[in-house]
Write a protein that binds this ligand. Structure first.
Ligand code: F6P
Length: 547
């Protein structure tokens, strides 16, 4: 770490553009391909010396052994004593993978086959509702990891799903979201997929209960309404208590983290939307990236490279956030998906020994599709005071050829990373201002405003086209990057205790609110005065509304 610190002192004021001027081979040195995905990481504040030190650090820390342990099913989720085996879900092979001595591959293949049959029948209109009408719409109810992946993927594969059945997503427990999602659907032709690993998440259960009521409001009996549900869950007993028959339940396992579960039966909505063959290609792409991660040497390993760059940017350049900017309209939910996956995984502060870490961990992820983003927050990236590493994601070939739209879009894609790297010096700005014929005094007054510091680090991920296979690779790339970073920071990427406290407090407040609304005396003294005041104000508003 000391050597890296010294290197940082050497380059901290060095403009990135100088590194390009000094090394004509910088692109070749700092770029690589995996299948149809090119990663250019040359626009980072990196020298060959720093790169060697970062790779040494990963090797010395035991990254190669940690990688092996992950794929061997060792309990990498050490606070819950669970293996982390989402890669097994996209493994097409029969080679045994054992959890507590039991080979999990036959079960995985069995559930995959059930998904194939189900999605095929749904797409053919062969699945009938309780009233004998073919089911034509699937509403996926789930939240967080049980929602964002499938929703993002269905949107990203829109060109492949346009002729498929209607698939919609319901996550938020806000009634507005419920009405908006179901507004024009026919209950007799609608099936609900309840995607919940625990089958105890309040948002999902509240929406599922209302969905059942919505079906019954159309005249169905409770038994009939139960036939309009399928479940993807690791808690089959709770799904049965809700009213599901065993054949309506698709299995999930405790060794699949929610945010990595899109490749399990939680992804049934994807298979319904685009067909199982394309879902299988998505899995194949993710598997290809898993294989690359597993076998490529660290210096040629994309997830490792992205992880080390994030480590460097956070620890030495002081970058607290990272922007994800897909220049692809169909990938517009990718930043939101990644935000959950990364921040729930690596938003931690306690290390393996139970100590608070003395270094930054997961960054704040945010982002938006380009080129829209250029007209909202890019000003801050170009001339603000923050170092913001960026991942630019784009495709060579568009699914929607329209005149020169794609050429224009991609010209912006390349221009932004170049401009953010090079910036504009005072000398360059002066020449431009002089050319516009301004007076010398006016030029000096405006000059500081026309200088761009540059030096913003960025990666460029260029796919040939956004096919299911390539999308699978892209997702797995980030998943494995998250694993590597968690390992380097010494934290557990696979638990999420931090979301529990809010849930516990919400349960208390819900019970208190019900009693307050019923006019019962409630002791609020366990809450701070702010929360007490807000709650009383809210209940008064509710009462005013009701009477
Ligand atoms: O937000 C917390 C969380 O537990 C996520 O990790 C998970 O993806 C989400 O809630 C939904 O959980 P479940 O699939 O159990 O309903």
């Amino acid at each position: 770490m000391q050597a890296l610190q010294e290197q940082y002192q050497r380059i901290r004021h060095l403009p990135l553009r100088d590194l390009f001027d000094q090394d004509p081979h910088r692109f070749t040195r700092f770029s690589l391909s995996c299948h149809e995905l090119l990663l250019d990481f040359s626009k980072n504040r990196l020298t060959p010396e720093i790169w060697t030190l970062l790779l040494d650090l990963a090797r010395t820390a035991g990254l190669e052994q940690a990688r092996e342990a992950l794929f061997a099913g060792e309990p990498c989720n050490w606070t819950e004593n669970r293996p982390v085996l989402h890669p097994a879900l996209r493994n097409p092979g029969q080679q045994p993978i054992r959890v507590h001595g039991r080979d999990i591959m036959p079960e995985i293949h069995g559930e995959r086959e059930r998904m194939r049959l189900f999605s095929q029948q749904f797409r053919e209109g062969a699945l009938l509702g309780a009233r004998g009408e073919p089911l034509r719409a699937l509403v996926h109810i789930g939240i967080g990891g049980s929602h964002l992946g499938p929703e993002m993927i269905c949107q990203a594969l829109q060109p492949y799903g346009e002729s498929g059945p209607e698939v919609r997503f319901l996550a938020n427990m806000d009634g507005a979201s419920f009405y908006d999602t179901l507004r024009d659907l026919d209950p007799a032709q609608t099936l609900f997929l309840i995607a919940s690993k625990t089958f105890s998440t309040r948002e999902t259960l509240v929406n599922a209960q209302s969905a059942r009521q919505w079906l019954q409001n159309s005249g169905m009996t409770p038994e009939e309404s139960n036939r309009h549900f399928v479940m993807a869950t690791a808690s089959p007993e709770k799904a049965r208590a809700f009213g599901a028959q065993p054949e309506q339940i698709f299995a999930l396992w405790e060794w699949v983290g929610g945010r990595y579960s899109w490749c399990s039966a939680v992804g049934l909505s994807i298979a319904v939307r685009v067909g199982f063959d394309l879902f299988a290609q998505l899995l194949a792409g993710a598997h290809a990236m898993d294989q690359h991660f597993c076998h490529a040497p660290l210096e040629k390993n994309m997830p490792v490279i992205l992880a080390l760059l994030g480590f460097w940017n956070g620890r030495f350049l002081g970058a607290e956030t990272q922007a994800i900017l897909p220049y692809d309209h169909t990938l517009r939910r990718f930043p939101a998906f990644l935000q959950q996956c990364d921040m729930e995984s690596n938003g931690k502060r306690i290390d393996r020994t139970g100590q608070i870490v003395d270094h930054p961990t997961g960054p704040i992820l945010w982002g938006e599709a380009g080129s829209n983003a250029q007209h909202s927050f890019f000003q801050l990236l170009h001339q603000g005071t923050h170092t913001v590493p960026i991942d630019f994601i784009g495709c060579s070939v568009s699914h929607y050829p329209l005149g020169e739209h794609h050429l224009e879009l991609m010209a912006n894609f390349f221009a932004q990373s170049e401009a953010l790297m090079r910036g504009r010096t005072a000398a360059e700005a002066r020449v431009e201002l002089q050319a516009s014929g301004l007076s010398a005094a006016e030029i000096e007054r405006l000059l500081p405003h026309r200088v761009f510091p540059g030096n913003q680090p960025s990666n460029t991920l260029l796919l040939r086209q956004l096919t299911p296979f390539n999308l699978g690779m892209l997702i797995a790339l980030y998943e494995m990057k998250i694993f590597v970073q968690g390992f380097l920071w010494g934290i557990n990427s696979f638990d999420q205790w931090g979301v529990e406290l809010g849930k516990t407090v919400a349960r208390q407040i819900l019970a208190e609110s019900r009693r307050m609304l019923a006019g019962e005396p409630v002791d609020l003294s366990r809450h701070d005065v702010s929360t007490q005041g807000l709650l009383r104000h809210f209940i008064a508003g509710q009462r005013g509304h009701c009477t």
